[in-house]
Design a protein around this ligand. Structure first.
Ligand code: FEO
Ligand code: CA
Ligand code: CA
Ligand code: CA
Length: 515
């Protein structure tokens, strides 16, 4: 079916069969629309209570993103970690605000970000639901005490975590949650003329602007945060550098040394792709940080001993200003690196480059870059790249990805809610969920399996180990809402919109992903 015919399907999202698989066409329906043989159930929503008495009144945070699945002591119990990327909207009568105007609103806003650890259990029907026992549940938010692995500004004590977009999981069982758009809260710093300089973008952004209430050090945000889910203890791992970390995808070394490579993208126009190589087994405390020169196929070491980086004076300054250091070291600016996933069949690295409308010519639809390390070794310092997929036909603005247990790729698009009704994006309808088989007769084809409610994007794709459930974040439905009585989405309750985690299952998922 050609693109023109797809445009005409924007209303009802008819289920179509493309070759052997059912799929849907683009749609603007304010619903989570799925291909036939798939069904969803809401697991937990923004604002839902996730605590019992002993831990106080814990609520599931706002704008859920990354999801990690930690198998429990038996196959029917597990823990989910869920990131909360942005604060809640705040109401004043009918109006909805994003900038907190009072200290009470600031506190509420601060409590809505970070992450949630929630226990889940599998019912006899096979579906996952929140566990009846909330004892293991906890929250980290922007007020939680979190240590810095190295002192910054004379202290190792940071206040909270925020901007928690995507993340990763280590082989030793800890969780990595990434601080992405941190500058909108307390401002940001840069290295200029041999010294650190503060600049305050929150004023211009007109959304968050928390530094009016609390003058926290901007250098305390923009890190990869490692969380021990058993103890709830969190630490910002300074050796991985500071930028708009989208994700932290961990590849264990093949030599069984216990060392790891951690891949991360800096989601900003012209942001680079980073790789951290740990020095020690089962630890991210020490190691070397690199950034990718995709022109030469070399990982460039970000070390203050390099002549180009000596102006930073100390390695800590290089790490705090990793974005500037990467460019000085010759790393290649990219079109907004988003999620990074590893192909389980050969370890190759898939990187979503979502779009860049400010370059000439504009890159409206983005692409997926495939990076292959020399010798397939995550510790290698050289690599090759090729464009694996280009957006613009079935999907635009690739963002979150996941490999299912059979090794096929699932992808979610993120066309901005502010752009989605105008050219060149309107033909794509609402953001979608796509299945891209990498094996078999349909290898390389793209099938749309889901469509998000109005203004939402799908994030945090995570398969249960048996492939029979896909945990999925539905983030920011109704994001353009400014009036409480006239929201731009009414998902999921038919009332005011709420972000939520859903479980997706059904015979089509069983046929595609179950093992
Ligand atoms: Fe939070 Fe770059 O998406
Ligand atoms: Ca997002
Ligand atoms: Ca993203
Ligand atoms: Ca995005």
């Amino acid at each position: 079916m050609g693109q023109g015919a797809l445009v005409s399907a924007l209303g009802p999202a008819a289920v179509r069969c493309s070759g052997s698989l059912p799929e849907i066409g683009p749609t603007n329906r304010d619903e989570l629309v799925l291909a036939s043989g798939l069904r969803y159930r809401v697991l937990v929503c923004e604002g839902d209570r996730i605590s019992s008495g002993a831990r106080g009144d814990l609520r599931f945070g706002s704008n859920n993103d990354f999801i990690a699945f930690f198998a429990g002591p038996d196959a029917d119990r597990a823990l989910l970690w869920v990131n909360h990327e942005m604060p809640c909207g705040l109401f004043d009568g009918e109006r909805v605000f994003w900038i907190p105007r009072t200290r009470t609103e600031f506190e509420r806003s601060r409590a809505s970000v970070g992450g949630s650890c929630i226990a889940i259990e599998r019912e006899s029907s096979g579906q996952w639901s929140l566990a009846a026992n909330y004892d293991q549940n906890f929250r980290l938010d922007a007020a939680s005490p979190i240590t810095l692995s190295r002192p910054i500004g004379g202290t190792t004590k940071a206040e909270g975590t925020l901007g928690n977009c995507a993340g990763g999981v280590t082989p030793w069982g800890t969780l990595l949650t990434c601080e992405e758009n941190h500058l909108y809260y307390f401002g940001d710093t840069r290295w200029s003329g041999g010294r650190r300089e503060v600049f305050y973008e929150p004023r211009d952004h007109k959304r968050l602007d928390w530094h009016r209430f609390r003058a926290n050090n901007p250098d305390h945000y923009g890190w990869v945060v490692e969380v021990n889910l058993e103890t709830g203890v969190a630490q910002k791992q300074i050796a991985l550098g500071r930028c708009f970390h989208e994700c932290a995808t961990v590849a264990p070394a093949r030599d069984r040394s216990g060392r790891v490579a951690v891949y991360s993208g800096d989601d900003t126009i012209g942001g680079c792709i980073y790789k951290f190589l740990s020095r020690d087994a089962n630890s991210l405390a020490e190691g070397e940080l690199y950034a990718a020169n995709t022109r030469t196929g070399r990982w460039e070491l970000l070390d203050v001993a390099r002549p180009e980086l000596r102006e930073f004076n100390t390695q800590l300054n290089v790490l705090i200003h990793a974005r500037q250091a990467a460019l000085l070291a010759g790393a290649t600016p990219q079109d907004r690196p988003e999620d990074i996933e590893l192909d389980p069949s050969d370890g190759s690295v898939y990187i979503s480059l979502t779009n860049n409308t400010r370059r000439e010519p504009p890159n409206y639809h983005g692409s997926i870059l495939k990076l292959i390390e020399a010798g397939g070794d995550p510790l290698a310092l050289q690599f090759t790249t090729r464009t694996f997929f280009t957006g613009g036909e079935k999907f635009s603005c690739p963002d979150n990805m996941a490999f299912d247990p059979r090794g096929n790729l699932w992808l979610a698009s993120d066309i901005s809610e502010h752009d989605r009704e105008t050219a060149p994006y309107q033909s794509f309808g609402n953001n979608g969920l796509f299945y891209i088989p990498l094996h078999g007769p349909d290898s390389g084809a793209v099938f749309q399996m889901g469509s998000a409610p109005n203004d939402a994007e799908f994030t945090g794709l995570r398969f249960a180990p048996d492939g029979r459930t896909l945990f999925l974040s539905v983030q920011h439905p109704g994001a353009r809402t400014r009036s409480k009585s006239n929201p731009t989405s009414r998902w999921p309750d038919g009332d005011f919109p709420r972000s939520a985690v859903v479980t997706i299952g059904g015979p089509t998922l069983d046929a595609l992903a179950a093992v």
